[in-house]
Write a protein that binds this ligand. Structure first.
Ligand code: ATP
Ligand code: MG
Length: 425
């Protein structure tokens, strides 16, 4: 028997309506905030990501990227995240020429060769929002507000927003120097990955999850105490705007994020319901990336949310399982007797033309078998078609919960069903 790869998962027919529902809510929020969907390839040149996510990111340090040579000996990679591709798209298509800030969103599979755990996969789905071209603190606030709004729409509770500023290319080196001195004096106590990070990007040691590193980090000098005036003002403005919008936050001075391209504002949304992988959304400002990838000097800010962790948070918050979102075909059409296939087809088409989902089992001719199928599918109504109905040009409609039946013309029954369906929606 064939098996799926470790760290991948299947979405079954009973669960897919849940993911569709979440995706619809995401696109609806995107629309409300004026974000337009973009799509870019899953496969890109590997150097886009190497450059994009940076040498000290987990993706590079822990060799999380799926890289291989294609048949033309080009080094390509399965995308590990979306921002690099989005920025590549922005530059390559000259979106800066539009003359307005670009508000973009994407959704799709990402790939990282990680150790699979609950909420951590090798193929997972992320959606991300990117706001390219606006340096103001309120651009950061907008992305946080989108997260907040989405959480509210999806009925998520018990969420905490963690916020930090990691400074800019002016003030970070000064701080980095002090941090490096401190960490170097404790080098032997750090984990292997952090000893490596110490030379590439000591900031990343701050969010190491290893207990031994955390103990050392708790005494380390903090970035937000070393911000330059401009970064300080930016950070204060973000906080003030969030406060006036009524969005609660906690400052986490150790929050630095796993990708190298961030500067100034960084944030994470965590849920107590998630256990170890408690972050379900993360983002921040990345003012240097567009230029680093060959574009013009362009400020930008964004976030990415993991669909699988979001699903876990929704289940934990609402008490609903993903299978509870299953939407059955509303009507089941039962042809009772031989040679009724034409009548069954007519009924199915008529229902579908009026926007009512309908299905049948072509192979059954007995009422009992049809009702069993309808029950398994969890349809709400059945249209029963026998010789008598076909002759009179009417339908018998059975309410599958109560067993109640009525007879009427197809047009009347469809009108009735549409009203019921609207109520159910
Ligand atoms: P983490 O700290 O969880 O490893 P990260 O910093 O590597 O996350 P980002 O690319 O910033 O990852 O991720 C944004 C979001 O994408 C995360 O909050 C999470 O919801 C999701 N995510 C990241 N990696 C995975 C994964 N391997 N499996 C499932 N979801 C993931
Ligand atoms: Mg990671």
């Amino acid at each position: 028997m064939y098996q799926k790869l470790k760290g991948t998962y299947d979405i079954l027919p009973s669960e897919s309506d849940f993911f569709r529902y979440v995706m619809q809510e995401v696109s609806s929020i995107a629309g409300l905030y004026g974000y337009k969907e973009i799509q870019f390839p899953i496969l890109e040149y590997a150097n886009l990501f190497q450059r994009g996510v940076g040498d000290s990111s987990d993706i590079v340090v822990k060799k999380e990227m799926y890289v291989f040579e294609d048949r033309g000996h080009r080094l390509v990679a399965l995308r590990p995240e979306g921002t690099a591709g989005a920025v590549r798209l922005y530059i390559e298509n000259g979106l800066h020429m539009s003359g307005h800030t670009q508000r973009l969103f994407y959704i799709g599979p990402m790939f990282r060769a990680e150790n699979p755990q609950a909420g951590r996969y090798r193929q997972f789905t992320q959606f991300g929002f990117e706001l390219i071209g606006d340096p103001s603190p309120d651009a950061d606030v907008e992305l946080i507000a989108i997260n907040h709004h989405l959480a509210k729409r999806l009925g998520i509770t018990g969420v905490t927003l963690y916020l930090n500023s990691i400074g800019c290319r002016e003030c970070r080196p000064v701080y980095q120097q002090r941090l490096t001195e401190y960490l170097t004096s404790h080098k032997d106590g750090l984990c292997e990955d952090c000893q490596m990070r110490l030379t590439i990007n000591p900031l990343r040691v701050l969010d190491c999850k290893e207990e031994i590193c955390q103990r050392i980090v708790r005494q380390a000098p903090l970035q937000y105490e070393h911000l330059c005036e401009a970064c300080q003002a930016h950070f204060e403005a973000v906080k003030a705007s969030l406060t006036s919008l009524g969005i609660a936050f906690e400052i986490d001075p150790y929050l630095v994020r796993g990708l190298d391209y961030y500067n100034r504002t960084v944030f994470e949304f965590k849920s107590a319901s998630l256990g170890a992988q408690s972050t379900f959304s993360a983002g921040g400002r990345y003012d240097y990336l567009v230029k680093d990838l060959g574009g013009m000097d362009t400020p930008a800010t964004g976030f990415a949310m993991g669909m699988e962790r979001l699903a876990m948070v929704i289940e934990a918050s609402t008490g609903k399982k993903r299978t509870d979102f299953y939407r059955p075909p509303f009507v089941y059409v039962a042809g009772i007797g031989e040679s009724l296939s034409q009548a069954v087809w007519q009924a199915l088409s008529f229902l579908r033309e009026h926007g009512i989902s309908a299905t049948t089992e072509f192979r059954y001719t007995q009422l009992k078998k049809h009702l069993k199928s309808a029950d398994k599918l969890r349809s709400s109504y059945a249209v029963l078609l026998g010789e008598d109905e076909v002759q009179k040009g009417i339908w018998t409609l059975r309410n599958l919960q109560t067993g109640e039946q009525i007879q009427d013309s197809p047009a009347e029954i469809v009108a009735f069903l549409r009203a019921k369906k609207e109520k159910a929606d």
